[in-house]
Each structure stands twice: as structure tokens, then as C-alpha cells.
Design a protein around this ligand. Structure first.
Ligand code: 5AD
Ligand code: SF4
Length: 466
């Protein structure tokens, strides 16, 4: 092993919440004296931050662990950490199946990882999974403030962890515990700090953001206040959030969205199913009609709103009629885009026990394809309606496919490609106006008409050495 500082690499599976947890963990490891490695092939500490919301999570984990076993044989100093939702659920089972894992750390004590690594170095493998979150730890601002973020112009902020609902298919309440909100003043201070470092866009994360603050006040939620407060932070020009629960989408929230100019006109409202019978079985707490009423209220109040959703196909007992209802509601909601999921039984959830009602694979696949077709058509229609418009885009940089094509997102959250510009102000983090010329189901294409604002973060200008 080299004599320099120990290096780490974090591999993240799953949702934005996990991505942000990894950023927070990276900050804590840096503070502990480690430095990022080029990749997991050279790292002294490899962290697998796992997910368990849908299928295959454990397959992916054990295949990654298989590779790491071989790597450990070649590099005895290597330490392996399994963190996140799967670690929380599997606990000791991971240590039994993969005894070469040094640390198994659950979702409630991720911030203890640096200390656990030190302990494992002297005592051998450690399994540290708590049954329940500690509100003090969950509300601690330190990990968020030291988080190592990928880009300097956009940032995630966790406003709330856990979920108090009990949707029958969902493992989240089990692995993330009940809702704990971070104090509003801490979040505003964090947004101010981010803005002072040049962040333009923040995405507020929670499993059920509408009920943000209910545990702090003991009365009502504070989400509308939070939107207004973050919206008044100078420099934060875009606020997004995910996800609100349809049953808790209150008029106050819609009003705050409409009246706070920084809040982007984008609402991700998970429908899950359009059938009232399925919604009851899923314990979602709303009916399709109520869902559509809330969508109509949001559309009436918020100009140019883009609506997106999550839908599950093949929940146990879903009949053709139930599925037709989903198609009808999806058509009526007229989504801009949607994530569609095939029901996946998660051990420990109620839905996973309904084996006698599981829908045969081929029926699920056929329904899934029909739904996707409808959603793609609706996405394309929404995109086509943008052609000829001038949209504000937050520039991200070269697109994945071609270096001479750059990408960014519009305020509605639509991925937009444009030819690389020779204007030096068109850099990652800049806000530009793009004339939209072409539409596809998953992106727009256009050209930069003008620079609205150069990046706010400091950009290091390389010194040329001759
Ligand atoms: N099977 C399929 N999809 C699921 N989701 C959550 N749990 C399951 C499951 N067991 C989907 C829901 C949720 C999104 C994040 O993942 O649609 O909104
Ligand atoms: Fe899961 Fe339902 Fe909570 Fe969302 S609201 S995290 S689907 S239990």
C-alpha cells in the first residue's frame, strides 16, 4: 500500500436520497483524512450504498461483493462497507454470506461510518444497524454542510427522512423509519450557504415532502413555508422537490408554488394506480377523482406546469378493468413524463404476502407496454408543444453522446440538447435562453439564443504554462 492518505470510493444504487447520502458520507470521510480514489480498483475503502425498493438489489450487491472478495485477497488493506437500505434490512445476513465485509452500517447511523471503519481495522468486521432513527442524528446539520457535491451549481437537500405512511407494497417505512424533519432554520441556512458557494438550483428531498415539519410543530406541516423561505434566498433561482404525496397536497403548497418565483413549474405526483379498488388495496389514502381534482387545482394555479408521476403495473389482484382505469386516469392527467414500475414483492411488506393474487408475467408485460406507449405519446405531445418557444436552460455540459452537443434542463425539468457554443459564458452552471427547434419523447433540441446569466460559482481558470 502507498504511504499517502487512504483513498475511498462510494458506489451508489437507487434513488436521489441515496445519492445525497453518499455525498454526505464522502464529506465525512474527507473530514476523517481520506481522499477520493480514481475508482474502486485502487481505493483503500470501498462503500456500496445499497437500495432495496425494487428487484435485483441483492443480486447486484452480492455480485459486487464477489468482485471485492477477489480484490481484498490481492490488497489486504482494502476495507469494504455495505451501507444503505439493503444493509438496514439484511443486517447480519450480509456478514454471514460475505464475511469479508468489514462494516455493515444501516440507514439510521450512516454518519458513524468513519468511526466504524477505525473499529473494524482493529477489531475485525462490525455490523452496526439500529432499529430506529435517532432524531438528533437525523436532524444534525453537519453532514449536509460538509457534503461533497458532484457539481457546483445544483444541490440536493434532504428536508425529511423516513415515511409515516404504510403503502402496502413499499419497504421504505421499514428501512428508513418514521418521518423526521430537519428544522426550517437549518434548511434556510444551508440554502444560504449553498447559494454563497454558487448553487443556483436546489432539489428538496423527502419521502413525503408535503408533511414536512409535522413532527416539528406537532400541528400542521410547514412545507409551504419552507418553499417560500428557500425561495427568498438570494441566488437560489430554481427550487424543485420530490416527492409530494397526493393525499397531502394542500392548497397552501399549491399557492406557495404559484407565488414563489424560484419554485420551478414542475410537480411529481405519484399516482401508482388509477383504479380506486387498487388504491384502497395499496393504502394510498385517495381516490382517482380526488387525485385529478388536485392536478386540476395545481394546473389552474401554476402557469405552465409540467406534471410527472410514478405508476406501478401488476399490483396483486390487478384486473383488466383496474388497468383500464389506470390508462384512463393517466390519459386524463396528461403527464409530461412518468416512471413506470412492474410490481416487485418486497419481503416484509403486506403486498408480498398476496402470492395467490400475483398477476402472471406475460399479462403484466403486456400492460406495461400499453401504458408506456400511452405515456410516451403524451410526453411527445408535451415536448412538441415546446417547439418554437424560448426556454431557460441551466447548462450542465457536454451531453453523454457527443462532445459537441451540450445539455441542460428547462425550468419544467425537460432535458434539452443544443450545439456547443463558442461563447465562453456558456459554461456549466450558466443560465441560457434556448430556442426549441425539435422534440423527442425524452428530450428537446434547440440552439442558444442568449446568455441569461453566467455561472455564479467560481471557475478556476487554468494558467497556461509555456
Ligand atoms: N414494486 C414496484 N414499484 C415500487 N415502488 C415502490 N415500491 C415498489 C414495489 N414494491 C415505486 C413506486 C414509488 C417509486 C419510488 O417506486 O411507484 O413511487
Ligand atoms: Fe413508500 Fe408510500 Fe411512503 Fe412513498 S408514501 S415512501 S410509496 S410508504
Amino acid at each position: 500500500m502507498s504511504n499517502g492518505p487512504r483513498t475511498f470510493h462510494i458506489r451508489t444504487f437507487g434513488c436521489q436520497m441515496n445519492e445525497h447520502d453518499s455525498e454526505r458520507l464522502a464529506g465525512l470521510l474527507l473530514a476523517d483524512g481520506l481522499v477520493p480514489a480514481e475508482g474502486d480498483a485502487t481505493a483503500d475503502v470501498v462503500v456500496l450504498n445499497t437500495c432495496t425498493i425494487r428487484e435485483n438489489a441483492d443480486l447486484k450487491l452480492y455480485s459486487a461483493l464477489g468482485h471485492l472478495k477477489a480484490a481484498k485477497a490481492a490488497r489486504p488493506g482494502l476495507q469494504v462497507v455495505v451501507a444503505g437500505c439493503l444493509a438496514q434490512r439484511e443486517r447480519g445476513a450480509i456478514a454471514d454470506r460475505a464475511p469479508w465485509v468489514d462494516v455493515v452500517v444501516g440507514t439510521h447511523n450512516l454518519t458513524a461510518t468513519p468511526g466504524l471503519l477505525a473499529r473494524a481495522a482493529t477489531e475485525g468486521p462490525v455490523v452496526a444497524v439500529l432499529d430506529a432513527p435517532d432524531p438528533e442524528v437525523a436532524r444534525d446539520a453537519t453532514p449536509a454542510l460538509s457534503a461533497v457535491r458532484d457539481v457546483p451549481y445544483a444541490a440536493w437537500m434532504t428536508i425529511q427522512t423516513g415515511c409515516d405512511n404504510s403503502c402496502s407494497y413499499c419497504i421504505v417505512p421499514d428501512v428508513r423509519g418514521g418521518e423526521i424533519s430537519r428544522p426550517l432554520t437549518d434548511l434556510v441556512a444551508e440554502a444560504e450557504l449553498l447559494a454563497s458557494r454558487g448553487v443556483t438550483e436546489v432539489t428538496l428531498l423527502g419521502q413525503n415532502v408535503n408533511s414536512y415539519g409535522r413532527d416539528l410543530t406537532g400541528r400542521g406541516p410547514l412545507f409551504a413555508e419552507l418553499l417560500r423561505a428557500v425561495g427568498s434566498v438570494e441566488g437560489i433561482e430554481r427550487i424543485r422537490f420530490t416527492s409530494p404525496h397526493p393525499k397531502d397536497l394542500r392548497p397552501e403548497t399549491i399557492a406557495a408554488m404559484a407565488e414563489t418565483s424560484a419554485v420551478c413549474p414542475q410537480l411529481h405526483l405519484p399516482l401508482q394506480s388509477g383504479s380506486d379498488r387498487m388504491l384502497t388495496a395499496m393504502r394510498r389514502g385517495y381516490r382517482a377523482e380526488r387525485y385529478l381534482e388536485r392536478v386540476a387545482a395545481a394546473r389552474a394555479a401554476i402557469e405552465d406546469l409540467a406534471l410527472t408521476t410514478d405508476i406501478i403495473v401488476g399490483y396483486p389482484g390487478e384486473t383488466d378493468e383496474d388497468f383500464e382505469a389506470t390508462l384512463e386516469v393517466a390519459a386524463a392527467a396528461d403527464y409530461d413524463s412518468a416512471f413506470t414500475f412492474i410490481f416487485s414483492p418486497r419481503a416484509g411488506t403486506r403486498a408480498a404476502t398476496l402470492t395467490d393474487q400475483f398477476v402472471p408475467d406475460e399479462i403484466v408485460r403486456e400492460r406495461f407496454a400499453r401504458l408506456k406507449d400511452l405515456l410516451d405519446r403524451s410526453a411527445l405531445a408535451h415536448h412538441a408543444a415546446r417547439v418554437g418557444r424560448r426556454e431557460e436552460v441551466l447548462v450542465e455540459g457536454p451531453s453523454k453522446r457527443a462532445v459537441d452537443v451540450w445539455s441542460g434542463y428547462t425550468r419544467q425539468g425537460k432535458l434539452t440538447h443544443f450545439p456547443a457554443s463558442s461563447d465562453v459564458r456558456v459554461r456549466p452552471g450558466a443560465l441560457v435562453a434556448v430556442d426549441i427547434e425539435q422534440a423527442a419523447p425524452h428530450f428537446l433540441r434547440g440552439s442558444v439564443a442568449e446568455v441569461v446569466r453566467a455561472p455564479r460559482h467560481r471557475v478556476r481558470i487554468p494558467l497556461s504554462v509555456s
